[in-house]
Design a protein around this ligand. Sequence first.
Ligand SMILES: NC(=O)C1=CN([C@@H]2O[C@H](COP(=O)(O)OP(=O)(O)OC[C@H]3O[C@@H](n4cnc5c(N)ncnc54)[C@H](O)[C@@H]3O)[C@@H](O)[C@H]2O)C=CC1
Ligand SMILES: N[C@@H](CC=O)C(=O)O
Ligand code: NA
Length: 436
Amino acid sequence: MTTTDGVLKVALLGCGVVGSEVVRLLAEQADELAQRVGARLELAGVAVRRPARHPEVPAELLTTDAEALVRRDDVDVVVEVVGGIEPVRSLLLAALESGKSVVSANKALLADDGATLHDAATRNGVDLYYEAAVAGAIPLLRPLRESLAGDRITRVMGIVNGTTNFILSRMDATGAGFDEALAEATSLGYAEADPTADVDGYDAAAKAAILAGLAFHTRVTMSDVHREGIGEVTAADVASAQAMDCTVKLLAICERTTVADGTESVSVRAHPAMIPRRHPLAGVGDAFNAVFVEAEAAGSLMFYGRGAGGAPTASAVLGDLVAVARNRVSGSRGAGESAYAALPIRSMGEVTTRYHVALDVADQPGVLAGVANAFAEEGVSIQTVRQEGRGDAATLVLVTHAATDAALGRTVEKLAAMSLVGRAASVMRVEGMTGE
Ligand SMILES: NC(=O)C1=CN([C@@H]2O[C@H](COP(=O)(O)OP(=O)(O)OC[C@H]3O[C@@H](n4cnc5c(N)ncnc54)[C@H](O)[C@@H]3O)[C@@H](O)[C@H]2O)C=CC1
Ligand SMILES: N[C@@H](CC=O)C(=O)O
Ligand code: NA
């Protein structure tokens, strides 16, 4: 569909942190956006739950009937900044089925059931864009989908959750415990009233699923992602990381693995890990995000910036809105989903990782041999070992070479069952270290 009267009508669903900034930027930049698109972008309506709470929006645009709004014939593009699965999935499907293009910031929905939405977009010849859903303002999905479409991406690793990065940065800088750092994140407005999705890693896992799908041309959903949050990260873990010149980050890691017979699979995970301080991701502080992309021809690329917040996220939403609006003006559509590779998902147990293990041990002859034996029995090779303290307060700190996550997990279980070994003071994966 092309615009006939030089105007494209936009239905906005949701007017919270992000939506209110979309409204502001659309109004403030109306003339420039019209020049860039070749048509004026006008709000057809703004669906909210409580109209009285939105004095910033002209009253005649506000509605509580999102369904009627997305079905209106005069609407060209639906912008969704509500969040969650339902009723949003049904609303966006209705929009796509009735020929509207969709811009969304909703990683939870895209990671849960992006395939259904993509299918509807393709069937109806319209666009589905969601740059804001991963790493907010940082242009990342379009580079994966377009700029790197001629290359072969092998790995995507990054910090994609601002709230947890702020918490871990505070724990690292001040020695604060998790609860104290979370309270500070809440008081500064980074963490939401219910920070579960951030703290428990759901937000990072959803973003990892979206990144893996785009990077490897395959379908990945939330249920394919191995997820661990940062709720268990202790001040002792952070101190342990510091002792080996590392810091703790919540990482999203998407990898393509090729085995000897040429068979390929992908692994997708989001979990806390220690990374060396010299690694570029270690220097990403506060609520910032950064993502490393490794591609065969391009080599390593790093994307850095604000992954959260109203204005930065609205920037990405408006970028998508301009892109889909331009397509409508020219009567075209952008690249749709590319999932031809249909790669199998590698289970976490098969993924190759490295562990840092700090054990409270009795400082007695034979302890080190017993510990080394537990690793050897599982075929896990130790890279470094050092002892901190003496007597009852002795701690053995080991860093392994790469081994399967399953073998490392079994090793830790064996260690925990040994009589001369007390509690494991810290067990954490290590990423970004050079060497095997
Ligand atoms: N806040 C951030 O920094 C970022 C947010 N996002 C995503 O953007 C989306 C919106 O996030 P926020 O603006 O932070 O959330 P928010 O909670 O501030 O705003 C959501 C708005 O949607 C409204 N709403 C809820 N159900 C509705 C319904 N059925 N019909 C109409 N309106 C409804 C709510 O009243 C609220 O005003 C989410 O998908 C979120 O994951 C993505 C990147 C960053
Ligand atoms: N809650 C998210 C916001 C953006 O996706 C975060 O903290 O990064
Ligand atoms: Na982005």
